[in-house]
Ligand binder design. Structure first.
Ligand code: HAS
Ligand code: HEM
Ligand code: CU
Length: 550
């Protein structure tokens, strides 16, 4: 293991980071139980005990996995890197922001989970109107969002102060990427905050009778698509900045890495309509424009793939690798800190390809609302992103707690990664196939006796359940590994930050010109959304009353 150069982590900062990471894994455990049960219900192997509704479970799963596990892990990870690269310590105010954010988000999460478990908010993690949840569910969501803003402010504050004290210097790559990730988040969450505060809370309290449904969904997806890049970018930080160090290589190009993050900031927001291609009430022209922008946002992912291959290949060749793929032999396959994120990268190839299919209007008509889509995001967020986060935990926890990753834990980590890959191959693979055969997502109805296609679907649903059980074993093992990491032998572990290859060109300074990039981002958003929003707000069809469908 690479623990030669010693770096101790500030203890107070460490507490903040660990609090986030442990909360994240707590959410993963509860969400994992729900996930396994859902798979079994859909496989027709169990019925839920009388009082638990399928949609209650599915809401808990979506919220805990997609919103809570991810956000907590991301904020913890970003704070750790910002502390490490911007001065080795958080400024007192930045740390305070971190704790304020953490507290508010935790209050929100607890209220939200209680309301969901009481069966008052089985509206799924996208909480589409006109399904109407308890107002406290929306208030809980608002608290989580406001909390995450405070955490973002802490990161911005640390960065701004660092730049003031280091005039003319290029900021560290990790910190730069963290700022973009949080900027993306702050802009995107404006949409969902408006939806929740202006539309859903007054409506669920009964202060207004009806809600404008298409407007609320459009505001949701204004947020919902960049949300997926908010999950992805921290994984990319690991791939760009951490992985080169772990394999003993160099970052291929600092400028290319920064450019790809800028492209995410610009193109990931004005694309929400690709989730609404099948919805009436939005004109084809705007859908077409946003699909074009969706294909633009594929480019930074392709740049990432190129850059990672280059890092791997240059490293291998510097060690004497021959032939087209000889460099593969020089990667540290038995090191879980590399292996888990690498499997995430590999799986991102089919995962991203599925995304391109979804984004193509005609093909979206085939896959929309089927289990194909569920298969797509269990590869992207639940594998590429989740495995990368797992891989990060194996060095982040020891670094912070002053411990070391033992060979035994490393081995358990490899087993955990393999379990996840096998389980996901089976579960997501069958979701993809059965989705193409027309089996719907988000339905508790599972026997399909009266549907002519049922005979085709059911074997895949059973396979989904089997995959889900293997995945749950993976959840149990990662929880065991996290607890063991917290108690691993004392020692010092380095925070692995990669260095940039000397062969690469210097980074142009305009990449750090925030005024320029934020302005371009806002212009693109204004072009893509102004007229659709004017149309939707001026829409004279009556709004919808609320329904409790569960
Ligand atoms: Fe998606 C639906 C389109 C990426 C998550 N997506 C979803 C939903 C989620 C989600 C959660 O256009 C469901 C929401 C719901 O509940 O309704 N998605 C895309 C496109 C991309 C994409 C075009 N999605 C993601 C990522 C996610 C995510 C990332 C989470 C992290 N998605 C859609 C569309 C829908 C959708 C439609 C709506 C469907 C519907 O009808 O409801 C692109 O960003 C993908 C680009 C990526 C690539 C792959 C590049 C490969 C790389 C790997 C490098 C590997 C290396 C190692 C170097 C083109 C970077 C290789 C080594 C070797 C040795 C081989
Ligand atoms: C939905 C299983 C892990 C995010 C589902 C569904 C199943 C499932 C069967 C589909 C339910 C339906 O459409 O009726 C599992 C299992 C997991 C797991 C067994 C591992 C133990 C994850 C992870 C994430 C995630 C790690 C994200 C980080 C989601 C989301 C939904 C979902 C966002 C959609 C909820 C909705 O449609 O409202 N999961 N999953 N899952 N899963 Fe997972
Ligand atoms: Cu999207």
């Amino acid at each position: 293991m690479n623990s030669s150069k010693i770096a101790t982590f500030d203890r107070n900062d460490g507490r903040l980071v660990i609090a986030h990471i442990l909360f994240a894994f707590g959410a993963l455990l509860i969400g994992g139980i729900a996930g396994m049960l859902q798979g079994m219900v859909k496989g027709g192997t169990i019925t839920l005990p009388a009082n638990i509704g399928y949609y209650e479970l599915l809401t808990a799963h979506g919220v805990l996995m997609a919103l809570i596990f991810t956000t907590y892990f991301i904020i913890g990870f970003l704070y750790s890197g910002v502390s490490n690269t911007l001065g080795g310590k958080l400024l007192p105010l930045a740390r305070k922001f971190g704790w304020w954010g953490y507290s508010l988000m935790s209050v929100g999460t607890l209220i939200g989970v209680v309301v969901i478990l009481l069966g008052k908010a089985s509206v799924l993690y996208t909480f589409y109107a006109p399904m109407k949840a308890s107002p406290y569910f929306y208030i809980a969501l608002a608290l989580v969002v406001i909390g995450s803003w405070l955490s973002g402010f802490g990161i911005f504050y640390q960065y701004v102060q660092w730049r003031k004290g280091n005039k003319g210097k290029l900021s560290p790559l990790f910190a730069y990427m963290s700022v973009i990730t949080m900027l993306l988040w702050q802009i995107a969450t404006i949409g969902v905050a408006l939806e929740v505060v202006v539309q859903l809370i007054p409506w669920s309290f009964g202060w207004v009778e009806t809600v404008n449904v298409v407007l609320s969904r459009t505001l949701f997806w204004f947020f919902g698509h960049p949300l997926v890049y908010f999950w992805l970018l921290p994984a990319y930080i690991c791939w760009y900045v951490i992985i080169p160090k772990i394999i003993g290589g160099k970052i291929f190009s600092d400028a290319l890495a920064r450019m790809s993050f800028i492209l995410f900031l610009l193109f990931s927001i004005p694309v929400g309509f690709h989730h609404q291609l099948m919805e009436p009430g939005i004109s084809h022209f705007w859908k077409f424009l946003q699909v074009v922008l969706t294909f633009m946002v594929v480019i930074p992912s392709l740049m990432t793939a190129f850059s990672l291959f280059a890092t791997f290949e240059l490293h291998g060749r510097s060690k004497g690798a021959k032939g087209l793929f000889g460099w593969l032999k020089f990667l540290p396959w038995t090191d879980v800190r590399f292996f888990a994120p690498f499997m995430g990268m590999l799986i991102f190839i089919p995962a991203g390809a599925g995304g391109l299919i979804n984004a193509s209007n005609q093909m979206n008509a085939v896959v929309h609302n089927t289990l194909w889509v569920t298969g797509h995001f269990h590869l992207t967020v639940a594998t590429s992103v989740a495995l990368t986060f797992f891989g990060i935990a194996y060095w982040l926890i020891p670094t912070i707690t002053g411990r070391v990753l033992t060979p035994r834990l490393n081995k358990l980590g490899i087993i955990q990664t393999l379990l996840w890959c096998v389980g996901m191959f089976i579960m997501s693979g069958s979701m993809h196939i059965v989705g193409l055969l027309g089996s719907p997502r988000r339905t508790a109805y599972n026997v399909y006796d009266d549907h002519p296609d049922a005979i085709l679907w059911m074997p895949y649903h059973v396979a989904m359940a089997v995959g889900g059980i293997i995945l749950f074993a993976g959840v149990v093992l990662i929880i065991y590994n996290i607890i063991s990491l917290m108690r691993a032998p004392k020692g010092e572990t380095e925070y692995p930050i990669g260095e940039v290859s000397e062969a690469s060109e210097p980074t142009p300074r305009f990449l750090e010109n925030w005024k320029l990039w934020i302005t371009v981002a806002v212009i693109l958003i204004v072009i893509a959304y102004t007229i659709p929003f004017i149309d939707l707000i001026g829409n004279t069809t009556p709004g919808s009353p609320g329904y409790v469908t569960w």
